[in-house]
Design a protein. Sequence first.
Length: 323
Amino acid sequence: MKEGLEAIGLKMRFPVGKGRWLHALDGVGFNLAPREALGVVGESGSGKSTLARVVARLADQTDGAIRFDGADIGAVPAARFGRDPARRAIQLVFQSADDALNPAFTAARNIATGLGAGVRDDRRVAEVAAEVGLPAEHLGKRPHQLSGGQQARVGIARALIADPRLLILDEPTASLDVSVQAAVLKLIDALRRSRDVALLFISHDLDVVRLMCERIMVLYLGRVAEIGAVDAVLGTPRHPYTRALVAARPGHGRRPLALAGEAQSAIDPPEAACLFHTRCPLAVDRCRTERPLLRDIAGRSVACHRAEETAAASQAVSEPAGY
Ligand SMILES: Nc1ncnc2c1ncn2[C@@H]1O[C@H](COP(=O)(O)OP(=O)(O)OP(=O)(O)O)[C@@H](O)[C@H]1O
Ligand SMILES: [Mg+2]
């Protein structure tokens, strides 16, 4: 039995009318070992939240497999997953705690829903609230009476009360002020270590992923562009899209790398092409006619026909090596 999470060829298509399909995930595969943290980055619409929902079994993928500790959880329909033993082991913390919490429930009751509908365990709720740094006097309050940071802590506590082995965090701090963000990230990092839990950590912020994760997966229009150790991928990116993301990090005194051209549409995209070719400074004919598969190069995997040639260029972009 292979421990941890295995995603194989995940596809998720949504009908958008007239027989056309939006391909939110188009063959995404990766492994996540127990206790490992994998960051997921990519621009808006690249499929990050869809991936989170599919792995957490809140949505049924169109195709592909998901295994967790050897169990074929991808074969369990989302509608039935609530009763599956793996349910508690995989917990999702949503993009905005505000949306995710029940506004009519107290913080305590919101946290208790992580144990299952109608289950009450005041002792466990108090323990896990203390663990996430939520003062006991807040437990009787409703979400709107709490600050953003406190709401985030309630959302994390609700996930933790189930004793998960995999925590999926979908931009857990996106709606928070910078100072609160830092405190919540620190909490997540500490919990990860004390709890021995694996993280699938979705973020827009490469610097945050660098701090929180050992590995990173870069998505572009529902396909994996590059995946590997954070230091390798962000230090010497080999996919031109990763290069552009690294160059465009705010606050690093670098010019954003201008991406010429228009992004490919996610609606019925060409199967036999690199979807980045419309914006890629290195695109050649082959990129328009042949889909690049992930290949192992320089200690990571890259889906680019020209990954060998990007090395010199990426050195120029990422110097001085902030990463
Ligand atoms: N239920 C749905 N029906 C139709 N299209 C959808 C649905 N859910 C997501 N999509 C589309 O799938 C694509 C991926 O969306 P997703 O929310 O996964 O992106 P994301 O990477 O999380 O973006 P963001 O950074 O903005 O959160 C988008 O084009 C989105 O419009
Ligand atoms: Mg999202």
